[in-house]
Design a protein around this ligand. Structure first.
Ligand code: OX2
Length: 818
C-alpha cells in the first residue's frame, strides 16, 4: 500500500518476531511451515503489537476514570482482520518486506484468512465499523456480542440455486482472540421464583433456575488507525457449568448430565440467519439473554474493580442496544440491581434509563421482535416478572399523561394482548432508554410517525436521528489502495483522518489529467474483479463495460427482481436490434438469501437463469453480461465496491432503514441509481440531483397507493416491454423450459406485489435509459464519479460515532495528562 502519512518508524524486530512466533506459538520451523503457519505467525506478531497499544489505552482509561461506551450487538461482522490491522498500525510495508525476506507473499497470506462471519449483513457490519471508529477516535469502548462457532453460512451456487454450507471459520483456529477463562459469568434459565427475606429482613425475590450456563469471555483487539489506542470486542462463548449436575452424576444419570452439557454449549453454536419468516425460536431468545446477562455482569465487575459505587453506574457506562436483539438488557439490569445488589426499584430504574439507548434498524413489521409469554415464562420467569412491573408503572404514566385513552394504553403496552400474548421488545427498549434513534433521516422520521409514534408523542425529546456511516479505513484505504494513493498525491494525507476533506476533490472533477488517472485506477479495479469473476464463474467480461452492481442480502423489499425485469427487457431489445450499440453493461449481483426464505431463493434462481441465457447468446456478444457472484461477504466486498460504476439502491421507498452499501459504493466513486429511501436521500442531497439517478415513488406515494388499493396487473397491461419480460419468465425461458418454476414469483408479483415492483418498473427502466446515455459521455461520467467520492465524507462512521458520543453517550477521548 502507498501511504503518504509520515512513515512510521521501522520495526527491526518484526521479521525476527514472525520467526519466533512461528516456532513458539505455531510450533513449526521455517522449512516445514505451511502458508497457514506463516499467516498465523504473522498475525500473532501483529496482535502482540496491538496488545501493547491495548495495555497503554486501558491504563489511560483507568487513570482517567473515563466513561465507557458499551455497544451491545448480537452481530459483529468484523471481516478479515490482518489487512486492516496492518493498515491501522502502519506496518504494511514492514510486513511485506519481512515476509518477502522469509520467502512468503503477503497478499497470498492475506487471501488465506477466514473471515469471522458473525453477522447477517448491514446491522452487524455497522457494529464493526463503529468499533473501528471508536478506537480511531480514541473513545473508551467495548463491543459485547456472541462468539458464534458457526457464523453466517457460506453460499455456493449449484445449478443456479443457493446451497448453504456451514461456516467453519474456527477450523484452523483464529490468531486474533484472547481467551479469558477468569472472566466468566453464570446465566440462569428456567425454574421459578420465590420470596425470601434477606439479612436486613427485607422481602426479596429469589430466582431458583432449572439450569445455568457459563459464559466465557473471548476478546478480539480492535486497533485504532494510526493512534496508540486499541479497544476490545468481547464475545461470549457458552460452556457447561461444571458442578451444576452433580446430583445427576450421583444419581448415576451420567447421560442426562452430558446432555445438559451439550445443550449449554449449543447456546453460542450458530448465528441465526435473519429474514426468516418465523424467528420466534427458543434458542434465539436464550442466546440474547445469555450474552446480555454476561455483558451486564461484566460491566458491574468493571464498576466494582474501579471502586465506583454502583449508584454511579450510568455516569461510567453508556450502553447502546443495537436493535432489539439485546433489549432484554433493560429487564436484566433491573434484576441485577434490585435482586442482586439490593437496590430500591426507583433508584435502579433511574440508572437503567440513564444507561441505555436504543437504535432501531427496521420498520418492517415481520422484523419487529416479540416473544410469546409462555416462552418467556418458561425460559426467563424472573425477567417476565420484572417486565410486568416495568409495564405496570409505565402504563400508569401513560394513563396520567393521556387520561381516558385506553386504546393508547393498549397500543403502548409492553405486552401485546391480541391473539397469543407477546412481549414487544421494541417497546421495552423504548421505555427503558433515554435515547431512541433511527439510522437515516427519513427512517428516523418514519419511526416517529409510525412504529413508535405513541412513544414519540409521550417522550419527544428521546427521539433523534443518527445517520449510519462506514469506515473509510476498510472500505477505501484497504480495498482501494490505488484510489487512496491518488487522493494522497492530490490532497495530501489529511483526508485519512478527516474524510470531509475529500470535498477538495471537487476542484479536480473536470481536470482532464486527473480524470485520466481516475479512470485508469477504476479500470484497474474492474480488471481485478473481472479476473476473479472469470475464475469463479467462468464468465469473461471486459473491464470497459459499465459495471452495474447490486450486492446486499436478497430480499423482496430490496427488489433484486426489479433489476432482473429490467435485464430481461434490455436483453430482448438487444436481441431485436443486433446492431444497436447501447452502453455495454455487466450486471453483477451478490448476496445471501435466508435459508428458509423461499421467495428470495427463487429470486437468485431467476438471476442465474437470466445469466445462463444472456451470457450464452451469440447475438448479444459483449454488449451485455449477467453475473451472480457467489458468497458475498466482507472479503469479497473489498474487490467489488471499488469496481462499481453504478450502485443499485432500489428498495421500495420507506423500507430500507438506511443502507450502508450505498455509502461504500459512493466513497469509491460509483454513481447511484436509487429510490428516495434510507440514506439514499442524504446521499443525493450531498452529491446533488445532477449526480444521482433517482426514480420511483416516494414513501408517501407508496403509502397513498396502498391505501387506495394497489392493482399490480394494471401496470403490466399498459407496458408492452414489462408484459413481454413477464411472459418470457412464464414461458420457461430462464428456467430451461420449466414453466412452473417461477410461477410463485410471478403470481406474487401480479396479484400482490407487496413491494410495488411493477408500480415502479416504468420509471426505473426510464431512469436506466438515462444512465446508459450518461455513460456515453465518459468525461461527464468521470466528473460525476469524482464528485460522488468528494461528497462522501459525511458518510464516514467517524462522523456517526462523533454524534453518538456527543448526543447520546456523553463520552469523549480522555484528555492528555498534564
Ligand atoms: C439493517 C437495515 O436493513 C439497513 O437498512 C441498515 O443500513 C442496517 O441495518 C444498519 O443500520 N437487520 N438488519 C438491518 O436491520 C435489521 C433489523
Amino acid at each position: 500500500m502507498q501511504d503518504a502519512t509520515p512513515t512510521p518508524a521501522t520495526d527491526p524486530d518484526f521479521q525476527n518476531d514472525v520467526v519466533r512466533n512461528l516456532i513458539c506459538r505455531q510450533a513449526r520451523y521455517p522449512d516445514i511451515a505451511t502458508p497457514q503457519d506463516w499467516y498465523m505467525a504473522l498475525a500473532f506478531t501483529v496482535k502482540d503489537r496491538m496488545l501493547e497499544s491495548w495495555a497503554a489505552s486501558t491504563k489511560t482509561y483507568a487513570e482517567h476514570h473515563v466513561k465507557v461506551a458499551c455497544y451491545l450487538s448480537a452481530e459483529f461482522l468484523i471481516g478479515p482482520q490482518l489487512g486492516c490491522n496492518l493498515l491501522s498500525l502502519g506496518l504494511e510495508d514492514e510486513a511485506r518486506a519481512a515476509m518477502r525476506a522469509l520467502g512468503q507473499d503477503l497478499d497470498a497470506l492475506l487471501a488465506l484468512e477466514e473471515e469471522p462471519g458473525l453477522g447477517n449483513g448491514g446491522l452487524g457490519r455497522l457494529a464493526a465499523c463503529y468499533l473501528d471508529s471508536l478506537a480511531t477516535l480514541e473513545i473508551p469502548a467495548i463491543g459485547y456480542g456472541i462468539r458464534y462457532e458457526f457464523g453466517i453460512f457460506d453460499q455456493d451456487i449449484v445449478d443456479g440455486w443457493q446451497v448453504e454450507r456451514t461456516d467453519k471459520w474456527l477450523k484452523m483456529g483464529t490468531p486474533w482472540e484472547i481467551v479469558r477463562p477468569d472472566v466468566s459469568f453464570y446465566v440462569c434459565f428456567g425454574g421459578y421464583t420465590q420470596m425470601q427475606t434477606d439479612a436486613q429482613d427485607r422481602l426479596r425475590v429469589q430466582w431458583i433456575p432449572a439450569r445455568q450456563v457459563k459464559g466465557v469471555a473471548y476478546d478480539v483487539p480492535i486497533q485504532g488507525y494510526r493512534v496508540n489506542t486499541c479497544n476490545l470486542l468481547r464475545l461470549w462463548k457458552s460452556e457447561a457449568v461444571e458442578s451444576f449436575d452433580f446430583e445427576d452424576f450421583n444419581a448415576g444419570d451420567y447421560y442426562q448430565a452430558v446432555e445438559e452439557k451439550v445443550v449449554s454449549e449449543t447456546l453460542s453454536k450458530v448465528l441465526y440467519p435473519n429474514d426468516e419468516p418465523d424467528v420466534g425460536k427458543r434458542l434465539r431468545l436464550a442466546q440474547q439473554y445469555f450474552f446480555v446477562s454476561c455483558s451486564l455482569q461484566d460491566m458491574l465487575r468493571l464498576i466494582d474493580i474501579s471502586h465506583t459505587p454502583v449508584a454511579h453506574f450510568a455516569e461510567r457506562l453508556a450502553v447502546q442496544l443495537n436493535d432489539t436483539h439485546p433489549s432484554i438488557a433493560v429487564a436484566e439490569l433491573m434484576r441485577l440491581l434490585v435482586d442482586e445488589r439490593q437496590m430500591a426499584w426507583d433508584d435502579a430504574w433511574s440508572i437503567t434509563l440513564n444507561t441505555f439507548a436504543y437504535t432501531n434498524h427496521t420498520l418492517l413489521p415481520e422484523a419487529l421482535e416479540t416473544w410469546g409469554l409462555p416462552l418467556m415464562q418458561n425460559l426467563l420467569p424472573r425477567l417476565l416478572e420484572i417486565i410486568y412491573e416495568i409495564n405496570r408503572r409505565f402504563l400508569e404514566e401513560v394513563r396520567n399523561a393521556f387520561p381516558g385513552d385506553e386504546a393508547r394504553v393498549a397500543r403502548m403496552s409492553l405486552i401485546d394482548e391480541q391473539g397469543e400474548k407477546k412481549v414487544r421488545m421494541a417497546h421495552l427498549a423504548s421505555v427503558g432508554s433515554h435515547a431512541v434513534n433511527g439510522v437515516a433521516a427519513l427512517h428516523s422520521e418514519l419511526l416517529r410517525q409510525t412504529v413508535l409514534r405513541d412513544f414519540a408523542d409521550m417522550y419527544p425529546k428521546r427521539f433523534l436521528n443518527v445517520t449510519n456511516g462506514v469506515t473509510p479505513r476498510r472500505f477505501l484505504m484497504l480495498s482501494n489502495p490505488g484510489l487512496a494513493s491518488l487522493l494522497d498525491e492530490t490532497l495530501g494525507a489529511g483526508w485519512r483522518s478527516d474524510l470531509t476533506r475529500l470535498e477538495a476533490l471537487s476542484d479536480y472533477a473536470d481536470d482532464v489529467a486527473f480524470q485520466q488517472d481516475w479512470r485508469a485506477i477504476r479500470l484497474n479495479n474492474k480488471a481485478a474483479l473481472a479476473g476473479r469473476i472469470s475464475q469463479l464463474v467462468g464468465v469473461r467480461i471486459a473491464p470497459e463495460m459499465m459495471f452495474d452492481i447490486q450486492v446486499k442480502r436478497i430480499h423482496e423489499y430490496k427488489r433484486q427482481h426489479l433489476n432482473a425485469l429490467y435485464m430481461i427487457c434490455l436483453y430482448r431489445r438487444l436481441v431485436r436490434h443486433p446492431d444497436q450499440q447501447a452502453a455495454p453493461r455487466c450486471f453483477i449481483f451478490g448476496g445471501k438469501a435466508a435459508p428458509g426464505y423461499w421467495m428470495a431463493k427463487l429470486m437468485i434462481r431467476l438471476i442465474t437463469g437470466i445469466a445462463e441465457v444472456v451470457n450464452r447468446d451469440p447475438v448479444i456478444g459483449g454488449r451485455m453480461k449477467v453475473v451472480f457472484y457467489p458468497d458475498f461477504n466482507v472479503k469479497n466486498g473489498h474487490l467489488i465496491y471499488p469496481a462499481a460504476d453504478l450502485s443499485e439502491q432500489i428498495s421500495t421507498a420507506g423500507k430500507e432503514a438506511s443502507g450502508t452499501g450505498n455509502m461504500k459504493f459512493m466513497m469509491n466513486g460509483a454513481l447511484t441509481i436509487g429510490t428516495l429511501d434510507g440514506a439514499n436521500v442524504e446521499i443525493r442531497q450531498q452529491v446533488g440531483g445532477d449526480n444521482f439517478f433517482v426514480f420511483g415513488m416516494t414513501a408517501q406515494q407508496v403509502e397513498a397507493l396502498k391505501r387506495t388499493g394497489y392493482r399490480p396487473g394494471d401496470y403490466v397491461q399498459v407496458n408492452d416491454e414489462l408484459r413481454d419480460a413477464i411472459d418470457q419468465i412464464a414461458a420457461g425461458r430462464f428456467s430451461r423450459g420449466d414453466k412452473a418454476l417461477f410461477a410463485p414469483l410471478l403470481d406474487n408479483l401480479l396479484n400482490y406485489d407487496p413491494f410495488l415492483v411493477l408500480a415502479d418498473y416504468a420509471d426505473y427502466a426510464a431512469c436506466q435509459e438515462r444512465v446508459s446515455e450518461a455513460w456515453q459521455d465518459q468525461r461527464q461520467w468521470t466528473q460525476m464519479s469524482i464528485l460522488n467520492c468528494a461528497r462522501s465524507g459525511i458518510f464516514s462512521s467517524d462522523r456517526a460515532i462523533g454524534e453518538y458520543c456527543q448526543h447520546i453517550w456523553q463520552t469523549q477521548k480522555p484528555a492528555p495528562r498534564l
